[in-house]
Design a protein around this ligand. Structure first.
Ligand code: PLP
Length: 458
């Protein structure tokens, strides 16, 4: 180990507190310290290269150091790095808002900026709550969301999302939200965790019935339903058929409840289209975007709303109908410049057109390398979002004890072989950047499969 690396490791252990990390465990491992990145590879302080198999936590889109995005950020840096949207405006925020309105379904006409997926959801929550108060239905204060949905880590988004593995224990400081089970939890899953498209389709009906029962009983007190459309990411990659997303939209319409789609994870190409809602052909009342919005270069988020919702916030100053919410760096110009460049690259490199081919290649590699594994599978995939579980005994439906940390061990083996992945519990997760070429997708899948074999050997 170089002196520099030794010094950094010691300082990391002394001073850093890593997110979602048991620090007692962390100090027992040799941390990977990234210095730079090129394309789809991360490079550590000793020059070793690693394929970025989780898009730097689900946000990188076109690869690292993309010249067009970097140049746009440098040019913006020469103008102004930060200026506020509270009381002022700036060109990158204006241009990006127009571009997003043009790219999303027509009813979405207004863009509210913040700086993370969590804040995008907090904003949506606040908008939905205040909207009903201001259109004369103040009793509509409740929310509905999916069991084990994940919407971020601020307390409003934790209340909505409430992922059991992450947030158990926080109940006393969260508010209560009505939950319905997603199709994945209704599907007749056999002992081997199988959940195919046909059973998912059937399960969608049961799931929608559950939502309908809640709305039938309580719609008069419910402000909004929140879903992650097509793929519930942090729950462990739980897919939904498009009919489910359509069904939720139809029920929200029928019972006069707002629909918020959280596309923080699914947006910007991950499900095979620019946005997951395109596949379902629906438009939500509120749409949350973050992560891939800047192609993974800077923190930025948006909550898009319909004109009808926006109109409910208009009035005299003294009516106090404005949305009293805002974050210091919300709509930061540098981040907006990166986001505009991201959209330019989507256009110039025809990224969306290439997604289908990448997703098909990924499916082939998964079939070849992962499907035959005895301790893993079946693979759940929507576009380029992939998850599969590890099993001690697949036929008996027996999982490994959590303390064995099998998926974590597999991730460490993959890292030794030059691939960075990050599992969720004992679910292996692959989230390649949407623009990752098939040769690298093959390497990602092959190394992951080899790592699973090694980590489940005894
Ligand atoms: N919503 C979804 C669907 C997510 O997957 C995430 C993060 O993974 C968030 C919200 C929170 O985003 P952030 O970590 O940027 O706050």
């Amino acid at each position: 180990m170089s002196d520099r690396r030794r010094r950094l490791v010691a300082a990391d252990r002394r001073a850093l507190w890593h997110p979602f990390t048991q620090m007692d465990e962390w100090v027992g491992y040799d941390p990977l310290i990234i210095e730079r990145a090129e394309g789809f590879e991360l490079i550590d302080v000793e020059g070793r290269r690693y394929l970025d198999g989780v898009s730097s936590l689900w946000c990188n889109v076109h690869g690292h150091g993309h010249p067009r995005i970097v140049d746009a950020m440098k040019a913006q840096l020469d103008r102004v790095a930060h200026s506020t949207l509270l009381g002022l405006s700036h060109e990158p925020a204006i241009e990006l808002a127009e571009r997003l309105v043009a790219l999303t379904p027509a009813p979405l006409t207004r863009v509210f900026y913040s700086d993370s997926g969590s804040t995008a959801v907090e904003v949506a929550l606040r908008i939905a709550f205040q909207y009903w108060r201001q259109v004369g239905k103040p009793e509509k204060t409740g929310f509905v969301s999916l069991v084990d949905g994940y919407h971020g880590d601020t307390l409003g988004s934790v209340s909505l999302g409430f992922s059991q593995p992450f947030h158990r224990g926080y109940e006393p400081i969260t508010f209560s939200v009505q939950k319905f089970r997603p199709p994945f939890l209704h599907a007749p899953i056999d002992g081997r965790g199988r959940c195919d498209a046909v059973s998912l389709e059937a399960a969608s009906t049961a799931s929608l019935r559950e939502l309908e029962a809640i709305l039938e009983r309580d719609a008069a007190r419910i402000a909004a339903v929140f879903i992650e459309p097509l793929m519930q990411g942090a729950a462990g990659m739980w897919p939904q058929p498009v009919s489910f997303v359509r069904g939720v939209r139809a029920l929200c319409d029928r019972y006069e409840v707002l629909l918020c789609c959280d596309e923080v994870a699914t947006g910007f190409g991950r499900t095979g289209t620019l946005f997951a809602i395109e596949q379902a052909g629906i438009s939500p009342d509120l749409l949350c975007l973050a992560k891939g919005l800047t192609a993974g270069y800077l923190p930025l988020a948006t909550t898009l709303a319909t004109e009808d919702i926006f109109a409910a916030f208009r009035g005299e100053y003294a009516d106090y109908r404005a949305l009293f919410h805002g974050h210091t760096y919300g709509g930061n110009p540098l981040a907006c410049a990166a986001a505009i460049a991201n959209l330019d690259v989507f256009d110039s490199e025809r990224t969306v057109e290439r997604l289908h081919g990448h997703a098909e290649s990924l499916a082939v590699f998964l079939e070849e390398h992962v499907s035959p594994l005895g301790q893993a599978g079946p693979v759940r995939r929507v576009g380029l979002m992939v998850g599969f579980d590890l099993w001690r005994d697949r036929d008996a439906g027996e999982r490994y004890p959590a303390s064995e940390r099998r998926a974590h061990r597999a991730a460490l083996v993959a890292r030794e072989r030059g691939v960075v992945i990050r599992p969720l519990g004992d679910t292996m997760v692959l989230m390649p950047a949407p623009a990752m070429p098939p040769t690298l997708l093959e390497r990602l899948v092959r190394v992951t499969a080899e790592a699973v074999v090694q980590a489940t050997r005894n």
